[in-house]
Design a protein around this ligand. Sequence first.
Ligand code: PMP
Length: 413
Amino acid sequence: MTFDARRARADFPIFNRRVNGKPLSYLDNAATTQKPGTVIKALTAYYERHNANIHRGVHTLAEEAERLVEESRAKAARFINAAKPENMVFTRNTTEAINLVAHGWARKHMKAGTEVLVTELEHHSNLVPWQLLARDRGVRLRQVPVDAQGRVTVEAARRTITPKTRLFAFSAMSNALGTLTPVKELVDVAHQNGSLALVDGAQRVPHLKTDVQAWGCDFLAFSGHKMLGPTGVGFLYGKPEVLETMDPFLGGGGMINEVWFERSTWGPVPQRFEAGTPAIADCAAFGAAVDYLEACGLEAVHAHEMALTAKLLEILRAEEGVTVYGPTDIAERGGVVSFNIAGVHPHDVGQLFDSEGVAVRVGHHCCQPLMRKLQTGGTARASVYLYNTEDDIEAFARGLKKVISFFKVGAKA
Ligand code: PMP
């Protein structure tokens, strides 16, 4: 089944606007995605009809609000094939989900001298929390090196993990290079070593069918805003037996069982990790994003994205003076393409693309250590989603030509 991206595009009100007099070609989906009308309507419907605080409400609106939030939790669980909605903790985003593991699990279970293993691909969100843990608790932070194409191999992971490793935290797909990692095999490496496995799914969950039970991972973190949902909603999936052993990260209302003046007992999982009033409207509207993605069918979406990615790669590789980063085999990537143009600063690339209505991201992509390894300060990055069409790829090609002619790339001095 081929995916009708043009039809999908019509569901996204933002594409009615123009940017610099041109149709919007939004190729910054790895940063955040646009929202379909159904998600925007769910947000306004929440405020117009159901707005109330959740937790222990007995009036009609409070019950409706609670039901909407719990339906979204159940949809998120189904989307990643978690066994139960209770495996899903609402967080603000991937970053908060990883920090929850660092505070709730690692600070409780990891002693000085034990190790957290990450990879060289990691977003700062899956690096800095472990640096803080290392600083405060004497835990050692180590990394699996990537190969010249920015791939993480199972052999490299096996070579780097040690008997002291308690947690292997790795990205399922690199936001900077597009590399897909062998998730199941890496989870197995962690488990064979007696470690837990945390998967950063921020880039992968929105695009590829995810099955946490097949992976067997202990934790999975992802963000709603990268999968058509509102900002302010993310998830930590955790195996129930692991979540049960965790301490709360934030204390306050909604996460307790009983409170005395000098002490408290914790509520059940997942409420134990959801102190205070959450982003109720955003959590409620997230369900509409899952509905939309399920109606599209992730397999068809992914095939469409990879066809566009193949074209982006072809356009870039045809130009002299263009470096494309990441795996050369498209089967080892998702819909993210990072590149540089000889002698041109990525910011200038981004601005010239913008003048053509093309939104790409430039800079270090929150992966400074990886950029250092690639011996660059940053790259330009195009990333696709279900509403991108051939027109966007053509606009991208026009933008590229504009950069090349403006900076006379490849011209002899
Ligand atoms: N990990 C990866 C791989 C990412 O791409 C991102 C977002 N760029 C994050 C973590 C952080 O996501 P958020 O900003 O939604 O917390």
